[in-house]
Design a protein around this ligand. Structure first.
Ligand SMILES: [Zn+2]
Length: 369
């Protein structure tokens, strides 16, 4: 069932967006995660990797993507005697000459296990975004749907990393206008075990039952600093109800996924992640533990951002501190009633400066997020 969403008044008046309603969307995301994230996993070179490739090829075709290059979604490459395959489709836009948008995530797994949050959830969201772009008749420019190989160690940051090989060897001369990359986007944020001593320190208010509902809808976003227009663009695009977006600098966490190659090459980008959790890189990262409703909201947020980015002139520029106010605002909204507690944890009385923001982020990272 498809319904067309009206443009937000402050948003892009040209955007015509056809997205399934949330329950339908969540069911589609669930089906893709369950079908992709099988018990054998998707480690490079394994039988499960080949099964996943076949599934993704079929889904890209079903959705109505065209191959990005040549006549196949499969763009193979070899490094050090090993064979790898990026799966790259495109939803053609009205202006095919302009630099395309890109939505991307890796499909390989770290171990022989489902690895649903890492990174089946993100792949399912990429497919859903592609389906919405197709149902909307395309955007004002091409949308590349990039399902990358070999993000996980030992390939991470090496020559075989799929996103690196795509950018350096497979990308055509149009380049990329804006890239939206995901990793670990299927789960609720939870209070890490390391925070429990904090709960003891501030009494009943920080009991874990209280904290969980406040934080679970959080989604971290890095990359707004890659381009001066991005923070305003995300706000104008509209953040769906039920999602709390936490903007933060990429340098706080580093290039922890496939967005790194875009950042290094000066492409405006955003990276979305719900951070690490107890099941990170564990056999227990299974499809039944994901929040498909939250994923549907992240997918809707992605469409808002991409449709807005399609018509936005974006000039890449790295200037960290133009986003400080934006980061502080988004963090306060995210933390809500927990803000005083988190400030105490970070050892700050206010959060107005870069060094105070850094103290807060460091406290969260130390806690295992
Ligand atoms: Zn991983």
């Amino acid at each position: 069932m498809i319904c067309t969403f009206p443009s937000l008044p402050e948003g892009n008046p040209n955007r015509k967006m056809a997205i399934s309603k949330d329950p339908v969307l969540a069911q589609r995301l669930r089906t893709d995660v369950y079908d992709l994230c099988l018990p054998d996993g998707r480690m490079v070179g394994s039988a499960g990797h080949a099964v996943a490739r076949k599934y993704l090829k079929r889904r890209l075709a079903e959705i109505g993507c065209a191959p990005y290059a040549g006549d196949s979604f499969e763009l193979p490459y070899a490094v050090g005697g090993m064979d790898f395959t990026n799966l790259i489709g495109v939803i053609p836009g009205s202006d095919r000459a302009s630099p395309p948008l890109l939505v991307g995530a890796h499909y390989d797994s770290i171990i022989d296990a489902p690895c649903a949050d890492d990174n089946g959830a993100a792949v399912a969201i990429c497919l859903a975004v592609a389906a919405a772009a197709k149902a909307s008749g395309g955007l004002s420019r091409d949308l590349i749907v990039a399902i990358f190989d070999a993000e996980e160690p030992p390939y991470f940051y090496g020559q075989a990393m799929g996103s690196t090989r795509f950018y350096e060897d497979q990308l055509d001369a149009r380049g990329v206008h804006f890239a939206l990359i995901y990793d670990l986007v299927g789960h609720d944020l939870s209070i890490p075990m390391q925070w429990l001593p904090l709960a003891g320190g501030i009494g009943a208010l920080a009991g874990k039952d209280f904290a969980l509902p406040v934080l679970k809808s959080g989604v971290f976003m890095t990359g707004a600093e890659s381009c001066p227009e991005l923070a305003g663009m995300v706000d104008a695009a509209g953040i769906p109800a039920g999602i709390k977006l936490v903007a933060t600098l990429n340098e706080y966490v580093g290039d922890i996924s496939d967005h790194g190659v875009f950042r290094k090459n000066g492409v405006p980008y955003l990276f979305l992640s719900c951070g690490r959790w107890a099941h990170y890189h564990m056999p227990t990262d299974t499809p039944d533990r994901l929040n498909y409703q939250k994923m549907a909201r992240i997918m809707r947020l992605s469409c808002n951002i991409l449709w807005q980015a399609a018509d936005e002139p974006l000039a890449a520029e790295s200037n960290d501190d133009h986003t400080l106010e934006y980061e502080i605002h988004s963090f306060k909204k995210f933390a809500g009633p927990l803000f005083p507690i988190l400030k105490k944890r970070a050892g700050i009385s206010e959060m107005n400066t870069r060094s105070e923001m850094s103290a807060m982020v460091n406290a969260l990272l130390m806690a295992g997020l």
